[in-house]
Design a protein around this ligand. Structure first.
Ligand SMILES: [Mg+2]
Length: 228
């Protein structure tokens, strides 16, 4: 079964932004007050959010995972720092699976993609109910997110299994109906040529069986072949 796509935001979701600010010198803090994301190299200093790394490893078993983050337009080093951060803490989990954009909505392709994001900005809210709003009352931390997403993935598997079963049953029923139909035509012809009550009984038996198979596929007229 094809896995659903799952996008991870970085700041405030995988990355503890505050931990980078805490490591700045007093001078840098004064200089960049109010716009810390412009500090050169600040993104390489940040620690992971509690439980984030473990959560990624769990979720990648159930989802097709990607990074979907935004980097500040005025801080070019943030773009490379984000790549280095992912490599440092998550190895090759996201190798060549990283999207940095201010238009996250472009990745919402209507195929059931989920986005974990602490913000509604940059198109995140366009994911609708598939926007896992990290830090909200519903998803205060990683435990609730992992629990919800694994349950969703399991549900997908169950539904796909049921659908497959239904399709197999229906195609088997259709094949059997065709075979019974063909057999009944032969018997009917024989009846016309040489009527015996025995042959008539066999026709009715096949008709009854065909009707039962039709009923199994949802046919409303349960007595399509003779009224029996
Ligand atoms: Mg964020």
């Amino acid at each position: 079964m094809e896995k659903r796509k799952l996008f991870f935001d970085m700041d405030g979701v995988l990355v503890n932004f505050q931990s980078g600010i805490d490591k700045l010198s007093d001078e840098a803090k004064r200089e960049y007050e109010g716009h810390y994301d412009d500090v050169p190299g600040i993104f390489s200093q940040m620690d992971p959010m509690p439980g984030a790394i473990e959560a990624v490893h769990k979720l990648k078993e159930h989802y097709d995972v990607y990074i979907l983050s935004t980097a500040p337009w005025g801080n070019p080093t943030a773009w490379s720092d984000k790549l280095l951060w992912i490599k440092k803490y998550l190895g090759d989990v996201f190798e060549k699976r990283m999207v940095l954009t201010h238009c996250k909505n472009l990745l919402n392709c209507g195929n059931g993609e989920f986005l974990i994001d602490d913000n509604k900005k940059h198109g995140a809210s366009e994911f609708g109910e598939r926007h896992i709003h990290f830090g909200s009352e519903r998803f205060p931390g990683w435990n609730s997110v992992v629990e919800f997403l694994i349950a969703e993935a399991s549900m997908d598997q169950v539904l796909t299994g049921k659908l497959k079963h239904a399709l197999i049953t229906e195609s088997m029923a259709n094949k059997t109906i065709k075979a019974l139909d063909a057999y009944m035509k032969v018997l009917n012809r024989k009846c016309d040529e040489d009527y015996t009550s025995e042959l008539g009984e066999e026709v009715m038996e096949i008709a009854s069986l065909t009707n039962r198979w039709l009923a199994a596929t949802g046919e409303r007229n349960r007595n399509k072949y003779y009224d029996i």
